[in-house]
Design a protein. Structure first.
Length: 256
């Protein structure tokens, strides 16, 4: 998933924080049961002239025998071994637009783009040479029924209680998903003065660097950043004035 936060992307950051913090810690060691904590994240939105703020967020994770809850992502394991995991997953889509948060008068006349529910399958494989992950999810909340694919490779670097995990990956979003968040319909164009725009599909390559440090057997801190390159389908939208996004997070949690 791609991670960012503004006032309009608060639930997105919650999902990203959960996934990033848990994965950073999981690459070092995963404990069953609950972990609770607090986190913060920040990233400029790719939308034009948009308010961006950092927010403190609760962090709640659960690792059960079959079910897990990681941030805002819910999963049910279909198959698990010592090195791999195949799950059914549900999570929020990683964009949201509120016209009242735009400082551009034209964007203020556009309709809101709401958080979308996504569901599908996710696979994760750990070996001495690194961690592979892949997922395929489809939107199910009536926002166009778009599809997002995600694949990545990370290599945990351990030094005592510290684990650094650089990850490189790419997401693929189809036109239905991009068009909901970045397209401009004829009616919106007429009332806003922006050109009508229909977004197509595109690839979003990204680079993560996550760090996890075990303060004690129960306390952990995690932090990191993600850089995502936007495809032409998104950056050419009249709603957008960026060709990439950056996001940063920090979290501290206690395992029970």
């Amino acid at each position: 998933m791609t991670c960012s936060l503004s006032r309009a992307l608060l639930p997105v950051a919650f999902a990203c924080l959960g996934a990033s913090a848990v994965h950073a810690q999981a690459d070092a060691e995963r404990h069953p049961g609950w972990s609770l904590g607090v986190a913060a994240a920040w990233s400029p939105s790719p939308y034009r002239s948009y308010d961006n703020k950092a927010w403190p967020l609760p962090l709640v994770n659960y690792e059960g025998k079959s079910f897990y809850f990681r941030g805002a992502s819910f999963g049910y394991r279909l198959f698990t071994t010592a090195s791999s995991e195949l799950s059914l997953v549900a999570s929020p889509m990683t964009e949201r637009f509120r016209h009242e948060d735009a400082n551009d008068a034209r964007l203020k006349r556009l309709s809101d783009r709401d958080i979308s529910g996504m569901a599908g399958v996710a696979w994760r494989y750990r070996a001495d040479w690194g961690v592979l992950k892949a997922s395929a999810q489809k939107e199910f909340t009536g926002h166009g029924g778009g599809v997002q694919l995600d694949a990545g490779y990370g290599y945990p670097i351990r030094s005592g209680d510290l684990t650094l995990t650089p990850t490189v990956g790419v997401m693929r979003r189809n036109g239905a998903l991009n068009d909901y968040y970045y397209g401009i319909g004829a009616n919106e164009a007429a009332r806003s003065g922006l050109a009508a725009y229909r977004a197509g599909g595109g690839n979003l390559p990204y680079l993560d660097l996550a760090a996890a440090y075990r303060l004690s057997p129960r306390w952990n801190v995690a932090g990191g950043m993600r850089y995502t390159r936007l495809p032409d389908a998104i950056k050419d939208s009249p709603m957008v004035d960026a060709d990439h996004t950056r996001s940063f997070f920090f979290a501290i949690s206690h395992s029970f």
